[in-house]
Design a protein around this ligand. Structure first.
Ligand code: SAM
Length: 245
């Protein structure tokens, strides 16, 4: 099985395994990535939020419960979108089945655009970043996380399912497609250097406000051993950028 981006998550086994991991308590998403995302995205009161590759849209529900004006999740996997629709049931939130590449971005419509761990599935980010810039209001904010460039560079030496203790970084400047075994399937992701993300944002006109690597903070961990292990390898790269007024 070798599939692209959101189609990967349509596979029954992949989807079930992903959701089981994602909803666990001490996942790196919850302990490392989410605290930084929240720090960079808040305040959200009365904000119109677009979430690209929203997955189950759990964060959308959370935003709406904390007084966001609106939330739209765009998601390419039909299995994910079913879950997202259930999550947002009874709220003003909306989940749309569409790819990040092909969605018709309305002009000057959102205060915040978020993309959590979805952009490394996309071959060409320049048109996506251009659309994000256009869809934001002046002064609007773009916050996204990707797998850290150290991680996407090379997967030699790690068996999916085992605990990561160290990591081989290789072919770092050779950007582009990487196929890896993950969650019982083969997934294609795109490796970019940190500099690539930085340059892309600046190219479309964003002013970069933060570059974070989600350093572990003890208060987010139940388990000291996991906290210590998470200090070894950077898993996430998170950027926040603003459309100038
Ligand atoms: C690792 S999951 C993250 C989900 C969610 N953002 C979260 O943090 O819980 C990546 C999500 O991006 C979606 N995705 C990947 N490529 C996409 C694309 N080109 N268009 C729309 N969705 C995409 C996948 O279907 C998947 O739901």
């Amino acid at each position: 099985m070798e599939e692209m981006g959101s189609n990967f998550y349509n596979n029954e086994t992949v989807f079930a395994t992903y959701m089981r991991h994602r909803q666990g308590a001490d996942t790196p998403n919850e302990t490392l990535e989410k605290p930084v995302i929240l720090e960079l995205v808040y305040p959200i009161t009365n904000k119109r939020i677009l979430d690209l590759g929203c997955g189950d849209a759990a964060i959308g529900r959370e935003f709406l419960d904390h007084a966001a004006a609106s939330y739209i999740g765009v998601e390419g996997s039909h299995k994910m979108i079913e879950t997202a629709i259930q999550t947002l049931n009874g709220t003003l939130g909306e989940a749309i089945l569409q790819t990040i590449e092909d969605w018709a971005y309305p002009s000057i419509a959102f205060d915040i655009v978020l993309a959590r761990l979805s952009l490394h599935y996309i071959a060409d980010l320049l048109p996506v970043f251009t659309n994000v810039f256009r869809t934001l209001i002046p002064g609007g904010k773009f916050v996204f996380s990707v797998e850290h460039s150290v991680i996407t560079s090379c997967h030699r030496g790690w068996n999916a399912g085992t605990l990561r203790q160290d990591w081989i970084v290789d072919n770092y400047v050779l950007t582009g497609l990487r196929a890896t075994n993950w969650l019982g399937g083969t997934v294609k992701k795109y490796h970019r250097t940190i500099e690539d993300y930085f340059d892309l944002l600046q190219t479309v006109g964003f002013r970069i406000e933060a570059l974070r690597e989600a350093h572990p903070q003890p208060q987010h961990f139940h388990d000291t051993e996991t906290y210590e292990r998470r200090k070894r390898i950077p898993l996430f790269l998170i950027l926040a950028a603003r459309k100038p007024e």
